[in-house]
Ligand binder design. Structure first.
Ligand SMILES: Cc1cc2nc3c(=O)[nH]c(=O)nc-3n(C[C@H](O)[C@H](O)[C@H](O)COP(=O)(O)OP(=O)(O)OC[C@H]3O[C@@H](n4cnc5c(N)ncnc54)[C@H](O)[C@@H]3O)c2cc1C
Ligand code: FES
Length: 299
């Protein structure tokens, strides 16, 4: 995991939308917007994020956070974000035509730590697959021969995002849906992506990289407790600034992962994360959010 001091300088850059397309090749669709912003594109580390807002729009006033999904291998001044349309900010971005001016703040956060391993395993729920195209390229740069696999899960087939893009990069894509529905021609595991991963054997020393909703992280933390797998989780919270000024993005982190009664403290996801050792977070296994109080007390 990177420390605060390892970080490259943050840029506030005037970017331009190069293109937006709707990627729906494998069941679930998501928007992929390519943005020309050279400083950010050339220094992005997989797992870092950017705050993006359209220039000249009064609403939404605040930028929206997105993982850097990829950097164009043929044009390193251009990076991509991948997202679903959930509200005003993502809707306006999805509708933005080529040439639209955007303000981009990045690269924010720490990003995934990459090291050689017998296998690199991604675990993604829904649009949690967004950081993995760039992570695939950056793993290949340091560990070219290691296999890369993704357990990609959704409630149904429409929640499986970027499967075709990851397969095209040579990732072994394994799909899971809660209702058993499958994209045309694909086979799926019926259940969650964590259950799917736990049902198969992974080599000793495999490195796991996870991104998705909190219940997925809680299940993954529980499934990997006590083994020797390195599990990095890229977590999310509502963010207003993205760089430590608003205190909006707290998460409870254990004081001592080996001793739960040692309590916990809050850390800012945008500054200390978004990537954390999954076993440092105080997850509540049955609920959707991490605990917000110390051992023995209520949420
Ligand atoms: C570090 C980070 C990286 C992210 N990367 C991606 C990405 O790569 N692709 C992607 O699709 N989304 C990503 N998100 C989530 C994305 O930022 C939100 O979906 C987006 O801000 C919603 O903006 P909006 O104006 O469209 O919706 P709003 O109108 O702001 O919200 C619509 C709904 O989404 C909920 N919501 C908004 N933000 C969040 C959040 N952070 N967590 C949970 N619920 C939220 C709101 O409560 C509301 O119910 C990321 C979030 C963070 C913090
Ligand atoms: S988003 Fe403002 S402090 Fe983290």
């Amino acid at each position: 995991m990177t420390s605060d001091c390892d970080r490259l300088p943050m840029h506030v850059e005037s970017g331009v939308v190069v293109s937006t397309h709707f990627s729906d090749e494998a069941g679930g669709g998501c928007f992929v917007t390519r943005i020309r912003a050279p400083e950010i594109a050339r220094t992005a580390r997989a797992g870092q994020f950017v705050m993006v807002r359209l220039v000249g729009c009064d609403f939404p006033y605040l930028g929206r956070p997105f993982s850097v999904a990829d950097v164009d291998p043929e044009d390193p001044d251009v990076f991509a974000i991948a997202y679903t349309r959930v509200g005003e900010g993502t809707g306006m971005l999805a509708d933005a035509v080529a040439g639209t001016a955007v303000r981009v703040v990045g690269n924010l956060g720490n990003g995934f730590a990459i090291a050689p391993a017998p296998m690199h395993v991604f675990v993604a729920g829904g649009i949690g697959s967004a950081p993995f195209p760039l992570l695939t390229r950056q793993i290949r740069a340091v560990d070219p021969d290691a296999p890369i696999r993704i357990y990609l899960g959704g409630r149904d087939a429409s929640g499986l995002h970027l499967a075709a893009e990851l397969a095209a990069l040579g990732v072994d894509v394994r799909l899971a849906t809660m209702d058993g529905s499958a994209p045309a021609g694909a086979t799926v595991y019926r259940g969650t992506c964590v259950e799917h991963a736990a049902s198969e054997s992974l080599p000793e020393g495999a490195r796991l990289y996870a991104c998705g909703p909190n219940p997925m992280f809680a299940a993954l933390a529980s499934a990997t407790a006590g083994n020797d797998l390195d599990v990095q989780a890229s977590v999310e919270e509502h963010m207003a600034c993205g760089f430590g000024a608003c205190n909006a993005c707290v998460i409870p982190v254990k004081n001592n992962p080996a001793n739960r009664s040692a309590g916990w403290h809050y850390e800012l996801i945008c500054l200390r994360g978004p990537v954390f050792d999954i076993h440092r977070i105080e997850w509540h296994p049955e609920e959707s959010e991490p605990l917000v109080d110390t051992a023995g007390s209520t949420r």
